[in-house]
Design a protein around this ligand. Structure first.
Ligand code: 2AL
Length: 245
């Protein structure tokens, strides 16, 4: 199975870190092709960053050609619905995957994320996915995304403290890590906290593989039908569906 792993920001070191975490989580038969947009923000920490990054995800889906599955590896799941329109196989966002997995191992979970200003993005996603009743709190640490480069070890104590406080204050039973850059901290945090800690990168890789093995792809009936052929202007001309160019 060929899995396209898109880091929606343009920081190559973070793409490499995320690819390493994804490969560690993947079954042997999964070939991970890791990529990032050719334009856009170095990290995604707000709505404007996210809007540009979503176009970058669309660009990468077009450039990749046919793949068996795709994972959008940023906690805001930018461009997820757009990516589904152009992919026959399953496409998951890491926030979506982590929320669903957390809801299967605890009655309530807490999210520990990066900048406080990005909490609203996770809250909007919880509502979109219908899981807001299972999430008991979204907590910002004000750690910038790029401080998590090189595996994020330097930020481990701050994330651990925030997770402990969240578990106590929210009365929750699991922690969702709110950034792809936190993936490599997952096992250490789970050992130290003694509760399930969910990294969306591993969850999304494993779930897309399971869907593939089950013979399930993205429904092309209705909502996720391929984009209609039409002309796209300016720099986006190459992103139109081939029939519209
Ligand atoms: C992220 C993430 O996963 N990648 C990125 O650039 N920003 N998430 C976040 N909550 O800030």
């Amino acid at each position: 199975m060929r899995l396209l792993l898109i880091n929606p920001n343009t920081t190559a070191t973070m793409t490499a870190d995320i690819a390493q975490a994804a490969r560690a989580a993947a079954p042997a038969e999964v070939e991970i092709v890791a990529t990032q947009p050719g334009f856009g923000p170095a990290s995604i920490e707000g709505f404007f960053d996210e809007a540009i990054a979503a176009a970058g995800v669309a660009e990468q889906m077009r450039l990749a050609g046919p793949v068996d599955a795709a994972v959008i590896a940023c906690f805001g799941d930018p461009g997820l619905d757009a990516a589904r329109e152009v992919c026959e196989g399953p496409v998951l966002g890491i926030a979506e995957a982590a929320f669903h997995v957390a809801s299967m191992v605890a009655t309530g979970f807490s999210v520990v994320t990066t900048m406080t200003r990005t909490c609203v993005i996770a809250e909007h996603l919880l509502q979109k996915y219908g899981l807001e009743r299972r999430c008991r709190g979204v907590h910002g640490t004000d750690i910038p995304v790029l401080a998590l480069e090189d595996g994020g070890q330097a930020c481990l104590p701050q994330i651990e403290d925030a997770a402990r406080e969240a578990l106590a204050r929210d009365r929750s039973g699991a922690i969702v890590l709110g950034c792809a850059g936190m993936a490599q901290l997952c096992q250490t945090l789970q050992q130290r906290l003694g509760v399930p800690v969910i990294d969306g990168v591993a969850a999304a890789v494993r779930l897309t593989h399971s869907l593939h093995v089950l013979g399930l792809g993205t429904s092309k009936h209705g909502d996720y039908a391929p984009p209609l052929p039409k002309r796209y202007a300016g720099w986006a001309a190459g992103l139109a569906s081939p029939a519209g160019r």
